[in-house]
Design a protein around this ligand. Sequence first.
Ligand SMILES: Nc1nc2c(ncn2[C@@H]2O[C@H](COP(=O)(O)OP(=O)(O)OP(=O)(O)O)[C@@H](O)[C@H]2O)c(=O)[nH]1
Ligand SMILES: [Mg+2]
Length: 619
Amino acid sequence: MSVPSNSRSMRNNISDDPFDELLRPPPDERPEDKAIRLAREEEAKKVSMAIDASIKAEKQARRKKRIVRLLLLGQSESGKSTTLRQFQRLYTPTAFREERILWRAVIQLNIVRSIRTILDALTFPIVQTPQTSPMSSPRSRARSMSRGPPAHLASTSTDWSNGNASQPGSPRDLYDNHHDITYTYTSSPPPLPHQQLKQQSPHRRAPSETSSDNDMNSSNPSSTTLATTPLDALKLRLSPLRHIEQLLIAKLVPPNEDEATQLAGPSHSQYPSPIVTAGAGPSSSSAIQPSFMGSNGMPSNYRNQEIFIRPGNGWKGALARARVNYPSYSLRPGGGSGSGSSSDAYEGNGYHGHVRPNSAGNLGLETPDEPQEVLYQCRKDMIQLWNDEFVRDVLRRKKIRLEEFPGFFLNDLDRVSSLKYMPTDDDVLKARLKTVGVSEYKFEMEVPAGRDAGTEWRIVDVGGSRNQRQSWAPFFDDVDAIIFLAPISGFDQVLAEDRTVNRLEDSVLLWKAVCSNRLLANVDLVLFLNKCDILDAKLKSGIQLTKYVRSYGDRENDLDTVSKYLRGKFSAIHREYSPNPRKFYSFCTSVTDTATTSGIIASVRDMVIRQHLKQSKLL
Ligand SMILES: Nc1nc2c(ncn2[C@@H]2O[C@H](COP(=O)(O)OP(=O)(O)OP(=O)(O)O)[C@@H](O)[C@H]2O)c(=O)[nH]1
Ligand SMILES: [Mg+2]
């Protein structure tokens, strides 16, 4: 293409550098002004050189002092903070044990949230499916959904009602009435919550006034009425949980925090359509249609708020301060929670040099607090709710796989809601508390080994949700290694913060961005293909990877084949996009599993320290 002559002459006159014009001295500059300008420029140059020299000196001093810095990256819920906790458990075990009690509030909140998810699932209607014959009666349809007669209820109801099967809210009662009233079969999309409320109130019926076939087939949405007496009764009995939810939020979240984030609930339901081809080349992600209705039948604008905490020990301090009845707990001075920008949230505290509680177990910290007492009182109702076959069936049909949700403790209700509950190591690893901001944890290894004796470890944990990622870059400088977590079980899930984006696709793109980042060009990469336990369960339950990752083709749908395949794809991206050659290691992990993760973390620690020592010699 020819360039017009006038524009060619302009190009000759004007430099391509946009700064050149801005910084060029005025044409009529006086000699005295020029002298001042040159002196200023000289001064600025000196300052800049001094800064460079100090950065270099700091780097060298850090190497000399043998400080190893490890960065944890990955999308939200990928397992970064859990990996950090594994490091803490392994290398600062005393501190880890002492702080277990502080995780009790987080676990209490996780439980309350799971129960709320169930109650909400029971309240929201289910979209009719082809298997549900519109010609059958509501009761028979409900029965067919729960696959046969409720044999378990015979025994459960005896347990529950002590022989009084008609006790309101008994499993039998709950079951039968659910069948009549909770299901709303409709061939049109379920109403939004506000519409539903409108529909519900004028048509609220007693359980005996169950909807007829006519109702079911009616196109009039107001006929799809929910009369929720037994559910209401159960909700009423569980209503103290709402109160403790507020109490726990007040306890955990600093008062000046107003940022709200979303709970992963609906994103854990199955992704409605194939979406991703995990390829080594530039993302071949097909266009993803926004889904306005979750596949679980909940409107996609229906979300719970997820509780987050800025990282560091500030929240632990806030929690401990709230424990007025535990006077012997002393706090590390200056353990702020961080607030505002990500750099404000930065805390160089970790486990270094702060005063710890002597021993949580010996201080009577296992004494029940109000939330624990409420959980204890609601224990039977919660257990009944979670074990009810009908409830499970609703969850199954709505594709809400609570067991795969972060912070899932419903299978341990008996234990975790006991009055003297003290979280175990595994509980702490399973607890879910979203990270917002960036924080650096210092580790003075209680158990230094071999080569890294005398080395200080600093591990940087970041918030992984999309709006957090812009705060990562300032922490890319002077990093020895990155552990990148890709939760490969998320192939059929969407991001909580953007329900149009598949989780695996997001991980692939993020991995590509990390591999190709020039600031990280010389940083060694460790890849954790995480949540393999959940992946295994999903594949075993019959969920086909190929439905979501088309390039997978007709390979075997088992953990071994799938993880090898995905590992190959991630490795290829690393090879293709890394600006320079560097060390790369990858592992298939389940970081909540202490036995397998201990060995992997020990290998990572060894590799990182070896590389660090090599680099130090080069400096
Ligand atoms: N089953 C299982 N759960 C895991 C695994 N890794 C992490 N989790 C759980 O997943 C949840 C999320 O893990 P986190 O470590 O909080 O995730 P994160 O990457 O720090 O997330 P953000 O703080 O939001 O960036 C927690 O409840 C963990 O217990 C795993 O390998 N298997
Ligand atoms: Mg985190």
